[in-house]
Ligand binder design. Structure first.
Ligand code: ZN
Length: 62
């Protein structure tokens, strides 16, 4: 049985955090984890949301 390499989104480096904030167009402190899938998204600040765009589409489709 192969070892499963689990992804830990909370353990990102400062470089990854800076890249994510640049990609999302927000400050690093605005980054947070999606309540649905746990990926990095804009979780704090002016355009904060509980879920990322992917999860929101899924929730709206239900
Ligand atoms: Zn999500």
């Amino acid at each position: 049985m192969p070892l499963q390499r689990s992804v830990k989104p909370t353990l990102i480096t400062s470089v990854e955090r800076a890249a994510a904030s640049a990609a999302l167009g927000c400050s690093p402190w605005e980054l947070g984890l999606c309540a649905g899938c746990g990926q990095l998204m804009r979780r704090h600040g002016r355009y904060a949301a509980m879920y990322c765009a992917v999860c929101r589409v899924e929730l709206n489709g239900r």
